[in-house]
Design a protein around this ligand. Structure first.
Ligand code: ADP
Ligand code: ZN
Length: 285
């Protein structure tokens, strides 16, 4: 069987599938301390015969196989996990099992590329807009990495003229994540995104920032499609707003596919990450 771990800062989702990627069992484990959480992870997987494993982890992680800290969670504010050799702990328990290790965003990007809204495309940008904002990029069918993973969730954005919110990123204040992730919406409006009416002006401001992310992504990477996932992206009224603001910002400077086909929601819903991790596991064999 293939094993997948979507390791989030709040919970770990673990799943096993057959070789057709049909999920046979799945469990959710709270993210507490490494020994407690991984103890429960091992207890779950030890019920099955695992051939290969794919892991998408919260981070920041060191994802460069040439680095001495490869497989570590590095500077996370979740202190029990800071500087923790996550991949090493998995390998110690599953010595015979090949393990693919990358970020939580990258596994979701890969799942969407192979089986979701990016199917048939070669260059797929995937943004998750949730507690934070992250971007994963599939470049000619491969997960893109530089010396480390890009962190496009923290690109700088131009402020909306009606927006006085200072920004919520602890590092940069008013970067993209600081202006547009779930906590920024909650702090700016005093309520959670899911409690803001779909026709509220809040969504035009949100869309303005996400449209700028699409603009920058288009100019830097020239993707075939830009996919949005994560909790905030469940607000489907955002999509027409993002597309129209993007079209206005780009001003036909470069040619892109029709906006309805170019800026799209996830195809796999909340299963993008687990699906991508299973696919990466299979590719280890
Ligand atoms: P995480 O990023 O922790 O993996 P989510 O993608 O669900 O999980 O992101 C959580 C954030 O998204 C919270 O700030 C929450 O308020 C916001 N959020 C979750 N669901 C919705 C929704 N349906 N509409 C708007 N915002 C949402
Ligand atoms: Zn930032």
């Amino acid at each position: 069987m293939y094993a997948a771990i979507e390791a989030g800062g709040t919970k770990f989702v673990c799943a096993v599938s057959d070789d057709k990627f049909n999920i046979q069992a799945r469990t959710h484990i709270p993210t507490t301390t490494p020994s407690e959480t991984l103890g429960a992870v091992f207890a779950f997987f030890d019920q099955y015969t695992i051939e290969a494993m794919g892991v998408g982890s919260f981070g920041p992680i060191d994802a460069n196989p040439a680095s001495p800290q490869y497989g570590y969670i590095t500077t996370t504010p979740k202190l029990a996990w800071a500087n923790y050799d996550f991949l090493g702990a998995l390998k110690a328990h599953y010595a015979q099992v090949p393990i693919a290790f990358t970020t939580d965003v990258n596994v979701a990007a890969y799942g969407e590329f192979k089986k979701g809204a990016g199917q048939g495309k070669q260059n797929v940008a995937y943004y998750t807009v949730g507690t934070g904002i992250g971007m994963g990029y599939i470049h000619h069918g491969q997960i893109y990495m530089g010396s480390q993973n890009p962190e496009a969730g923290h690109i700088l954005v131009r402020r909306h003229e009606a927006d006085t919110f200072a920004g919520a990123c602890p590092y940069h204040g008013d970067c993209l994540e600081g202006m547009a992730a779930g906590p920024a919406i909650q702090q700016r409006w005093g309520k959670k995104g899911k409690d803001i009416a779909p026709n509220d002006a809040a969504w035009a401001i949100e869309a303005y920032y996400l449209a700028q992310a699409c603009m920058t992504t288009t100019l830097f990477l020239s993707p075939d499609v830009i996919i949005f996932g994560g909790g905030v992206s469940k607000q489907s009224q955002l999509f027409p707003l993002i597309r129209s603001q993007f079209t206005k910002l780009l001003a036909d400077y470069v040619s892109v596919p029709a906006a309805d086909d170019y800026i799209v929601p996830v195809g796999l819903g909340d299963d993008a990450g687990i699906t991508g991790a299973l696919l990466l596991a299979a590719e280890q064999l």
